[in-house]
Design a protein around this ligand. Sequence first.
Ligand code: 13P
Ligand code: SF4
Length: 357
Amino acid sequence: MTLTVPAMMTARVPGPDSGENRVLPMPDLTYTPEVAAETAHLYDRVKHVVPPVEWPFHAPYVAAINRLKKERDAVILAHNYQTPEIYNCVADVVGDSLQLAKLAARSTARIIVQGGVHFMAETSKLLNPDKMVLIPDLKAGCSLASSITGADIRRLREAYPGVPVVAYVNTSAEVKAEVDICCTSANAVQVVESLGVDRVLFVPDQYLAKYVASKTKVQIISWHGACEVHERFTGEELRRYREADPSIRIIAHPECPPDVIAEADFTGSTAGMIDYATSQKGGKVLLVTECSMADNVAASARDVEFVRPCNLCPHMKRITLPKILDSLLTLQHRVEIPEELAVRARRSVERMINLQN
Ligand code: 13P
Ligand code: SF4
């Protein structure tokens, strides 16, 4: 007789690992009075965005994840676009891509769980080659990262000999290995100017490239990638919001098209947007970015009214509490980067990080 093992079970069968890396059993996920008491202080952080009827579903996962993090010696790094229950209730570190990369470099934990997309987990692995880096869903990609390959960079270098290549961190390790330096939305202008040249190739975001070009005298040659979330906003829709309330402050991410940036009172990385929003004393702020960020910022800026012309990032939303729990139990999916590639990709990321210090 043949026994068929369901796919989920095969994923849970321990491989060569044993001891501290063994697969752990699924904990009881009942919402008991003990779980309610254990998580009450965390619900307080998200009660403005998570209705009471939903909390009994989240709380058992929150409690289990927080216990398991200690048992596994793991930290959870969460991007600003993660859902409020991840961002506020299980994350150890939150931030934009640059902050997460820097904090990943300083982590002392044995395991890093990336609450974010695949390129972010790769960056964490590049900076922590000896640690186990886990991404709870391997399909958490990014339209920018998938718009360009290492072979594309080699072709660009042939077409523009001697012109340095700057890659947005929203790229694969394969691309990072081919470029001169990385940048994030927080430091793109500084990175471009640090090269001391008249022209740079800037990949893959055409809109971030335009934004950088508007802030520097360096000539920017760009790629045609775009963020599927930010490219959908239009200047026209922002003008309508401003007509309805001229006092509104519009804050946009530099991955937005130029007509959107032209309408913004402030443009910056997600961390820059949060700082700007929380510095507003009251009033109405329109966040031109991914939906969850307004929910997360609202927690620390209670006197600000947030307007959310909300676009979801489907990749960020692949990361959920059940998948984070599964990741900690099974230690899947481990991010591995071939050493020869990692050495070159790490150089590009570290060059950027060292520039900041
Ligand atoms: P930040 O580095 O500004 O957080 O941006 C990352 C990102 O993916 C925005 O879409
Ligand atoms: Fe990529 Fe855009 Fe999603 Fe950020 S919001 S991860 S740039 S698709």
